[in-house]
Ligand binder design. Sequence first.
Ligand SMILES: O=C(O)[C@H](CS(=O)(=O)O)OP(=O)(O)O
Ligand SMILES: [Mg+2]
Length: 248
Amino acid sequence: MSSPENRSLRMIQRAQNGAMDHHFVGIPELTGVPRVAVVIDVMRAFTVAAWAFSRGVEKIVLASTESEALALKESRPGWLALKDGAPAPGFDAVNSPGLLRSRDFAGRTLVQKTTAGTVGALAVADTPLVLCASFVVAGPTARFLQTRDCGPVTFVVTGEGGQADEDLACAQYIGRCMAGDDVEAAPYLHRARTSRAAAELAGGLRSGFHPDDVDLCLEIDRFSFAMKACREESLTVLRPVAVPAIEP
Ligand SMILES: O=C(O)[C@H](CS(=O)(=O)O)OP(=O)(O)O
Ligand SMILES: [Mg+2]
């Protein structure tokens, strides 16, 4: 349950976000099925997903448990599995952009299970339009939403029960970009760099970590695609969607 203080903070955040009355909610606060959801996990699930696509992954299947991830991998020849935390038997990768960036995943399907990001995406899997995002795909995500003229968005702030400032900053940045504002990324990136998650990652408190992870999570618009999650049969599947840059 969110406290009255948190609820009023969210109302202020909504008001500060300009004409579009976007919603910023944690996973525990999700009720009903939004029209459009953007699920944010800067550190590290959706930075990792973007890097995986850049290394050739064709699609990412989101799993709700580690045992489901392993079962999915075993059920399809050639599929790979990734989890957060320490490396574990049966898993082919961990949730670290620094540890993924030199891997070759050409044409592979990756099953991903993490603590926050994948949980948030699965929580809104029935939503008609779901994007998963982080700073490395923030601009393309905003442009994709602009082209759809989709109206107010529900941003799912996946970390820390909706309080993770790296995720909230990224969500607010995307919301401002959607409005067509000329937005300076630096203040939003600074919030992420000084977040609790960044401190824990940099301090070696999280497993499956590479020293470059924080920097890699803060590369604004490193990639030119958005990431769209859809139901495919009984699975929730994330795929990259190319988004053209705006002509200067
Ligand atoms: O791998 C991550 O960064 C986190 C898990 S933990 O906080 O490091 O244990 O998962 P994510 O779902 O990417 O936030
Ligand atoms: Mg996170």
